[in-house]
Design a protein around this ligand. Structure first.
Ligand code: ADP
Ligand code: MG
Length: 678
């Protein structure tokens, strides 16, 4: 019996050599071949000359009405031109430096040329000529991405053969109701039209079907995993509602509506008997920490322990300091697990955790290491979760007895990415800042406006402000980063001292030296802190209101936004100065985006547009799936719809017993092993 999983060797003309050739394109089976979609189509359909725009790339078909004339000029340069009649109009066709074309141009014959249209002079600068009348088939043909091992025409013939022999056993995955609703093709027709379309229109329609199908299948898999997780045992964290309410009422401020909403979402998850797996997103300063504190408090009132994992020791220490204050006088006992502990201290802390004497433990990924045991870990919170790999995420979920997991991030992840990337997680968003925050004012200066920047800085320092000055990022070398920061430090010291004290902070300094500098900055003994990007995370000084970033165009948008987030934390007006002479349009666009908006989500969306989805977190790191046809950015709406449709199908009782859905059931079974994305 034939099956789509048959090897390509079943095709005529595919021997060991061809098998190896096809494998270089990732093609092993008939199915691989049939879903090796074209990257584009050659379109030789003539353009309507009356509506062609100046400089447009067009295809023209007409009759040659003058002998072709070849003229030589300059050093080895030549021009070939002839007249061509299209309908009633006669236009001029010119080829540069392709003298051999002359042989293909015969008076009174029909030809097709492609090139750039000059609307005023009514002529085309052509680069391609097709002799004779292109027949319908060739007018519009699929073009595949190939390599030196295999030619277009060879690949095409294999695809055609595969379709002819296996086309009638291609199953359709998408349920009829969905195909009807969105006017999609069945799978067999889709595959036919994507490879051998008659017109641009049918090719487009086929690609639309393919994109939707791709999104739908991907979402179906993600959500099937999520459902499977939910059926696993989790803890029902039955927190003490009155105590929790009292805790919230005793906070020094009222929660924003956005905070209330996410607190409800989290609490609802915690009460449920399945394992919470939730991503909490909120811009820097939106108040995630207090939300985390509420969740921790809830877990503790239910008799559970909580763990908070930060990406660096500095951040862990800061969380410990903040949360110790928040929980002072409650029965939450906070401990910090750091590398700075002596062996003895470490051991006694581990023992206290095992006994359950400590009910909030804060640290880096040391928290999930093997010697750490918990009495009854109910909740794990990670901060800046994108810095942890998928493996670590999974390891966390497995630590203890299926704790609930809350992952916090200040790196705004556009909805698109959140859906694709963290599709196995639920997402909560704090999309509102606490009242009274003044938006940071951002300005972009050129490097020759250095004096202006210093002038502004002095003015602000005079008013009692404190400033960060960040030196350029040099990707290749930390040593150069340090050098840069040191140079800038010396220059600013010369500019500002002795009136103001300037400090220096970089990654090559000893830890206690760093600490000392930061303490001085916090205490106001240093007014200007020159630093490499180490300040991106880890320095928290609410009195700092100025952020100056040198060579700002060397930073990505996300990083610029993160750096800017170091200021604007109090109720005083804050400023961000970007100093940059970007050379590219993209660099300019980044500066303009920063000036235009303070909203991290808008910044992130813009970042996506400028760089493309693959780059935002780095493809590897983001685990972003690659789609063959669908574009999760351009086709976001479709992705969202497919997500909802997949969810609805899975929620339909007995969906997997319905005949029509058997191909989908098989599909899920076949891909079960691939469902771990790491
Ligand atoms: P994030 O962790 O999201 O960057 P934080 O939780 O550190 O933000 O909050 C930033 C600051 O805002 C903190 O000083 C915090 O006490 C304060 N804050 C948080 N929520 C509110 C609120 N609802 N009203 C006023 N201030 C708040
Ligand atoms: Mg739970």
């Amino acid at each position: 019996m034939r099956s789509l999983t048959d090897s390509v060797t079943k095709l005529k003309g595919v021997g060991p050599k061809r098998v190896a050739d096809l494998a270089t394109l990732g093609i092993d089976t008939i199915e691989d071949l049939l879903t090796y979609y074209p990257t584009r189509y050659n379109d030789f359909t003539p353009t309507d000359i009356t509506s062609a725009k100046d400089k447009q790339k067009i295809t023209l078909q007409g009759i040659v009405v003058s002998e072709p004339l070849l003229t030589h000029y300059g050093y080895r340069r030549n021009r070939l031109s002839f007249r061509m009649q299209i309908g009633r109009e006669v236009i001029v066709v010119t080829f540069f430096n392709q003298p051999y074309i002359k042989k293909q141009v015969t008076l009174n014959q029909q030809v097709t040329v492609m090139g750039k249209w000059d609307a005023t002079r009514r002529q085309i600068t052509a680069n391609k000529l097709i002799k004779e009348q292109a027949d319908q088939q060739n007018e519009f043909g699929a073009v595949y991405s190939v390599n030196k091992h295999i030619r277009q025409s060879v690949l095409q013939s294999f695809i055609r053969q595969a379709y002819e022999e296996y086309g009638n056993i291609i199953p359709t995955y998408l349920p009829r109701a969905l195909r009807q609703r969105y006017r999609l093709m069945d799978r067999r027709q889709m595959i036919k039209e994507i490879h051998f379309p008659q017109t641009q229109m049918t090719a487009k329609a086929a690609r639309r079907t393919a994109a939707y199908e791709e999104f739908f299948l991907f979402q179906l898999r993600l959500q099937a995993i999520r459902r499977a997780h939910r059926q696993e045992d989790g803890n029902r964290i039955l927190y003490h509602n009155d105590e929790l309410k009292e805790f919230i009422a005793n906070l020094p401020f009222e929660l924003t509506d956005a905070q209330k909403k996410v607190v409800n979402e989290i609490c609802r998850d915690m009460r449920q008997p399945y394992q919470m797996n939730r991503l909490l997103q909120g811009d820097v300063g939106s108040g995630k920490t207090v939300v985390a504190a509420i969740a921790i408090y809830a877990a503790v009132t239910a008799g559970y322990q909580a763990a908070l994992m930060a990406p660096t020791e500095i951040l862990a220490a800061q969380h410990a300091e903040k949360l110790s204050r928040v929980f002072a006088g409650t029965h939450v006992h906070v401990a910090l697990l750091t590398g700075a502990l002596t062996v003895k201290q470490h051991q006694s802390l581990i023992a206290a955790m095992k006994r359950g004497d400590v009910n909030l433990i804060i640290g880096t990924h040391a928290l999930i290491q093997d010697d750490v045991e918990y009495a009854n870990l109910g909740l794990v919170i990670t901060d800046e979760q994108h810095r942890f790999g998928v493996n670590q995420r999974q390891r966390l979920r497995e630590k203890g007895d299926h704790p609930d997991v809350l992952a916090m991030t200040a790196t705004p992840i556009p909805r698109t990415l959140a859906i694709t990337n963290y599709g196995e997680m639920d997402v909560s968003v704090i999309d509102q800042m606490p009242a009274g925050r003044k938006p940071i004012q951002t300005q972009w200066l050129k490097s020759n406006q250095h004096a202006e920047a210093i002038h502004f800085l002095r003015e602000q320092l005079e008013k009692g402000a404190q400033a960060y000055v960040v030196s350029a990022l040099i990707e290749e070398s930390t040593a150069l980063d340090v050098q840069n920061a040191t140079d800038l430090f010396q220059q600013l010291s010369a500019d500002l001292q002795p009136d103001y004290k300037v400090g220096l902070l970089h990654g090559r300094m000893e830890n206690d030296e760093k600490d000392k500098t930061m303490q001085q900055f916090k205490a106001g003994k240093i007014q200007v802190l020159v630093a490499t990007t180490v300040v991106e995370v880890g320095v928290d000084n609410p009195n700092a209101t100025i952020m100056v970033i040198f060579d700002a165009d060397r930073f990505g948008l996300a990083q610029l936004h993160q750096l800017r987030g170091r200021v604007g934390r109090g109720d005083r007006q804050s400023y961000c100065l970007l100093i940059a002479d970007p050379k590219t349009d993209e660099g300019k666009a980044r500066m303009k985006t920063m000036v235009a908006t303070n909203d991290g989500f808008k910044v992130a969306e813009q970042d996506l547009k400028l760089r493309g989805s693959g780059d935002v977190l780095g493809k590897k790191q983001s685990g972003m799936p690659e789609f063959k046809v669908g574009d999760p950015i351009a086709d976001l709406k479709m992705l969202q719809i497919a997500r909802a449709d997949a969810g609805n199908l899975l929620a339909t009782p007995n969906w997997d017993n319905i005949d029509e859905n058997q191909p989908l059931v098989l599909y899920l079974q076949r891909h079960e092993l691939e469902t771990h994305f790491d």
